[in-house]
Design a protein. Structure first.
Length: 341
C-alpha cells in the first residue's frame, strides 16, 4: 500500500479512509495518533499490527465532544466534568469505567472494564472525528518502541507502506503524549498513570487531591497502564543523561571522544555555546526552557539517531511540573542512565 501524505485541504480523503476502515494518522497537539474507527474490529486489529504493538496494551478513544463519551460510560463523575470543562480539548486523557454493553471490543480495551478517552486540541482532527461520524482509536503513530512522532515525516518514516495515509498538520505543539488520569474508581482519589503537559498542580487546582503512580513495572507484573511496562521512546543510539546539578558535559564528551566515539548532544542553545569537540548538536530550546524542550525532545532523539553517532548526551530538568513529563520520557529513552564523574 502506498501511504499518502494528506494535505489539510484534502480532509475529505482522510474522512473517507476512516469510514472505509483504513488507518489514517492524525495530528494532535501532543503527538501524531494512528487513527481508525474504534468500533471497526478489523481496523483496530490492523492498528496493533502496523505499530507492532502488544495486544494487551489498550488504546485511547479520541472524541470531538464530552457528550460522545456518554455512548460508552454510564455517568460521568462530577470531578471528570470539571476537568473536561477546564482542559478539553487538550492534553488530558481520562480513564472511566465502561458501561455493561459499551460496544467496545476487547481489542480496544485490552480486555479491561475501563477505557481511556481524550478530546485532542487540533481543529483538523476534531473535524475528522466529527465529519467521519466515528470515534477514533489513536495510539501514538510510531513503530512500537521508537520515540513518538511529532511531525508527519516521522509517521511516514515508521509506517510508510503499512497505513492508508497521514493527515499533515505540521509540528505538534506540546510534543509529549497526554497526561493519563485514572478516574475509574468511585472511592479512590484519581491517579496520574502517565505524566504530561497537564501537571499534577493544575489538576489539583480543579479537583483537589490527585496521586501519581510513577512505578515502572517489570515484564511479569500486571501494570495499571499496560503501556508502562514496555521500553518506550528509545532511539537505536544509546542515550545518557547529564545531571543538571553536575553540569559535567565537557568531561562526558571528552571521555567518549577518547574512546573514539562519535558524540551528539540534546541541549539548549545557551549551554551548547560552552561545549566543544562535538559530532552532532540538536537544540531543544534557546535559554533552557522545559516547555520548549518537551516540544522538541522526540524530534531531537529521532534526528540525532539518523546521524551515525555512538552516544547521545541529553540535558535534564528537575522532576516537577512539566519537568516530570520530560524526565519520564528521557529516563525511558536512556534506560535511566546518567553520566557519573
Ligand atoms: O497524547 C496522547 O495521548 C497520544 C495522542 C495521539 O492522543 N496518544 C497516545 O496513545 O499516547 P498511546 O496508545 O501511545 O498511549 C496510551 C496509554 C498507554 O500507556 C496505555 O497503556 C494507557 O494509555 N491506557 C489506555 N487505556 C487504558 C486503561 N483502560 N487503563 C489504563 N491505562 C490505559
Ligand atoms: Mg505510544
Amino acid at each position: 500500500m502506498e501511504t499518502k501524505i494528506i494535505h489539510p485541504s484534502e480532509l475529505n480523503i482522510a474522512i473517507k479512509g476512516i469510514q472505509q476502515g483504513e488507518l489514517v494518522a492524525f495530528p494532535t497537539e501532543t503527538v501524531y495518533g494512528l487513527g481508525a474507527d474504534a468500533t471497526n474490529e478489523e481496523a483496530v486489529k490492523q492498528v496493533y499490527l502496523a505499530k507492532g504493538r502488544p495486544s494487551d496494551n489498550p488504546l485511547i478513544i479520541h472524541v470531538s465532544s464530552k457528550e460522545q463519551v456518554l455512548q460508552f460510560v454510564e455517568t460521568l463523575p462530577e470531578k471528570a466534568k470539571e476537568l473536561m470543562t477546564r482542559f478539553w480539548p487538550g492534553p488530558l486523557t481520562l480513564i472511566f469505567q465502561l458501561k455493561e454493553k459499551s460496544g467496545l471490543s476487547k481489542t480496544v480495551t485490552g480486555g479491561l472494564s475501563t477505557a481511556a478517552f481524550r478530546m485532542p486540541n487540533n481543529e483538523l482532527t476534531l473535524e475528522l472525528i466529527k465529519q467521519s461520524g466515528r470515534v477514533l482509536v489513536g495510539p501514538s503513530a510510531n513503530t512500537s518502541g521508537l520515540p513518538s512522532p511529532t511531525l508527519a515525516e516521522h509517521v511516514f518514516h515508521d509506517l510508510s507502506g503499512k497505513i492508508f495515509g497521514v493527515l499533515d498538520g505540521g509540528m505538534c505543539q506540546v510534543g509529549l503524549e497526554s497526561t493519563v488520569l485514572d478516574m475509574s474508581s468511585e472511592t479512590d482519589i484519581p491517579v496520574i498513570l502517565r505524566p504530561g503537559a497537564v501537571t499534577k498542580a493544575q489538576l489539583e487546582a480543579v479537583i483537589g487531591e490527585v496521586s501519581i503512580d510513577q512505578h515502572l513495572v517489570s515484564e511479569t507484573e500486571k501494570p495499571k497502564a499496560p503501556g508502562m511496562k514496555y521500553k518506550h521512546y528509545a532511539p537505536k543510539t544509546p542515550v545518557v543523561m547529564i545531571d543538571y546539578h553536575m553540569n559535567n558535559w565537557q568531561e562526558a564528551i571528552n571521555e567518549a571522544k577518547e574512546k573514539g566515539q562519535k558524540v551528539g548532544v540534546l541541549i539548549n542553545q545557551a549551554d551548547a555555546k560552552n561545549l566543544s569537540n562535538l559530532d552532532g548538536v540538536f537544540l531543544l530550546s534557546s535559554q533552557r526552557d522545559v516547555k520548549e524542550a518537551m516540544k522538541s525532545l522526540f524530534a531531537g532523539l529521532r534526528d540525532l539517531d539518523e546521524r551515525g553517532l555512538d552516544i547521545i548526551f541529553s540535558e535534564t530538568y528537575p522532576e516537577k511540573d512539566e519537568g516530570l513529563a520530560y524526565m519520564n520520557r528521557l529516563k525511558k529513552a536512556s534506560n535511566q542512565k546518567t553520566y557519573l564523574k
